[in-house]
Design a protein around this ligand. Sequence first.
Ligand code: CP3
Length: 347
Amino acid sequence: MTETETTLQNDIFLRVAKGESTDRPPIWLMRQAGRVLPQYRALRAQFAGFREFLFHPAAAAEATIQPIDELGVDAAIIFSDILVVPEAMGLPYDMVEKRGPLFPKTIQTAQDIADLISGEAAADNMEYVYEALRITKRELNGRVPLIGFAGAPWTIFAYMVEGQGSKTFAKAKQFLYREPVLSHLLLERITDTTIAYLKRKIANGADLIQLFDSWAGILSPAQYREFATRYISKICDALTEVPVTVFSKGAWFALEDIAALNCQVIGLDWNITPQEARARVGERPVLQGNLDPCFLYADHDTIRAGALQMVQDFGPKHIVNLGHGLYPDLDLESVRVFVDTIKTYRY
Ligand code: CP3
C-alpha cells in the first residue's frame, strides 16, 4: 500500500481499480462536477467564461469537491478539460456558449506541427492544473481518491485539426487519409506531451488516470488500431505509478485490443452489454460504466431497477458510472437516486 492509500477514508474505488474485491461496486460519474449541480452553476457564474474558471485553481478545486459533498460519490475527478493540452502546445481555444470549443488556429501543415510546443515544455504550461490538484488533495483530506485525466491522442488530434466540435470530424479524418506521415508526427507530439502532463498530475496527487477517447467511434477498426490504440498503448506503458482507465467511446469494435493494453480499467458506453464486454475482455480487466445518461430522465423506480440490473449484469470487478457524461439538464434528485441505489447495494 502506498502512503496515499493508507490515509484514504474511502478507498473502495482504488481497491476495485486494482482488482481487489469489495462488498459493493464503487460509483462516480463522468461530468459529476458540472451544471447538474446548482452550486457549480453559482461558482461558474462568478467567471466571465469557462477558461477563466479553469485558470483559477482554488475555484477548480471547489468544483471538484462539490459532487463529493452533494452526492457522496466514491471518487473525485479534477475539474479541468481535455482541451488544456492543445492550448499548452500552442493552440489556444475559446469555449463558445451553447456551441462548444473553437480553435482560431488549427493544424494543417508540417510547419504547423513543427511550431508546436511539446513534451516537458508543454507540460510546464499547465502549472495551474497541478496547483488545482494540490489544493484539491489538501481540501479533500483523504475523503476519496482523486482521478486525473487527459484526452487520448486521437481525440486531441481531432480538435487540433478540425478546430471545433463536429458530428463527423471529416477534416480530421481527411488528414489521416491524406497525410498519414504528418498524422503520426502530430500524434507522437501529443503523446509525448500527454505523458509528461500526466506524470506531473500523478506527482501532484492523482491516484488514478483516465484517458478519454471521446471520438474513438468515428474511426474504422483498422484506423483505430493505427492512429489511436498505438498511442494509448505508449501512454499506458509510461504510467506505471497508478492504475489507468481507458474510455474509448464507441470503440466496442476495439475491445480486445484495449484489453491487451497495460491498463487496469476499461470504460464502456451503453452500446455494449456488460455480458458481451466481459466475455470479450476476459477475467482480468475491471470494467467501468455503462448506463445511458438518458436513463436518468426516467422515473425514480425505473432508475433504481436499471441501476440494480446493471450491477447484477456486470458482477464484480466493476466500477459504476454512466456510459458518457451527465447531461446538464438532468434532475439532481434523479442522479441522487442512482448513486444511493448503488451505495446501498451489496453483492
Ligand atoms: O466532472 C468531470 O467529469 C470533470 C471535468 C471535465 C470537463 N470536461 C468539464 C467541462 C472533464 C473530464 C471533461 C472532459 C472533456 N472535455 C471531454 C471528454 C469527455 C467527453 O465528454 O467525451 C471532451 C470531449 C471535452 C471537450 C469539451 N469541454 C466540450 C466539447 C465542451 C462543450 C460542451 C459542453 O458540454 O458544454 C466542454 C466544456 C466543459 N467541460 C464543461 C464542463 C463542466 C461545460 C462548460 C461550462 O460549464 O461552462
